[in-house]
Design a protein around this ligand. Structure first.
Ligand code: C5P
Length: 221
């Protein structure tokens, strides 16, 4: 099983949502299940890769046979990614929260009669952009995801340029598609060569196809 084309290659995968604390008992989160990121980690492992799997609190259990680094917040995820590098390739499938609560309360915020809490936000670091733009030690292949609800290809193409990653796996997460939290995905792979639209298939199959392409790329470049 470990004798595949990615044998001996270290690949980093981020997955799952992040949780951004409000106080010790409350947090802000998103609907990412971690299913696609987990499937990608498994597919890379099955091609022989040495996988570091940095995961937020996901619905699906982390796979066996790889290095699991559990994190909660975007800032913890960034630190874990930096600690896991260098890697030959990095796949950023996590749904990182764009914002965190500016001043997390150290004690539980009390319900006070006639007074509603107001939350202020700060921007989280963009982990994908940071790694894509590393001056030294950048992975040879950096893959990001783009979950969009409209103009998927145009937005993802722009995102690829802005973040500086090599590939973007773009998908339409409009509620009607049932993709977020579901078992299927319909993705378009955006690279310097343009947009390659894949048919709708299981998330496991998307993961396998992506892992094959990553293996091809690392062998050829
Ligand atoms: O900008 P947007 O959140 O749509 O970008 C999605 C891509 O960027 C995903 O690959 C995600 O893992 C990555 N990302 C990140 N750090 C953030 C926000 C997004 O790595 N703070």
């Amino acid at each position: 099983l470990t004798d595949g084309p990615l044998k001996g290659k270290h690949i980093l995968v981020t997955s799952g949502p992040t949780h951004e604390p409000i106080d010790p008992v409350r947090y802000i989160a998103n609907r990412s299940s971690g299913a696609q990121g987990t499937a990608i980690a498994i597919a890379l492992r099955d091609l022989g890769a040495d996988v570091s799997f940095v995961t937020g609190p996901a619905d699906v259990p982390p796979p066996l046979g790889l290095r699991v680094i559990p994190v909660e917040t975007a800032r913890e995820m960034k630190a874990a990614v930096e600690a896991a590098l260098p890697a030959e390739a990095a796949v950023f499938a996590a749904a990182v929260a764009d914002w965190r609560v500016a001043s997390e309360s150290g004690s539980k915020i009390k319900k006070t009669q006639g007074k509603l809490p107001i939350l202020e936000f700060s921007e989280n670091p963009d982990i994908l952009a940071g790694v894509s733009q590393m001056a030294e030690g950048r992975p040879r292949l950096v893959v990001g995801f783009a979950a969009e609800t409209d103009d998927v290809i145009a937005h993802a193409t722009e995102k690829r340029k802005r973040k500086g990653c090599d590939w973007i796996v773009a998908n339409d997460v409009s509620p009607a598609t049932g993709i977020m939290g579901g078992t299927e995905n319909a993705v378009t792979l955006i690279s310097e060569r343009g947009a390659d639209e894949w048919p709708r298939m299981g998330k496991d199959e998307v993961a396998r196809q992506l892992a094959y392409r990553i293996a091809d790329h690392l062998v050829q470049n």
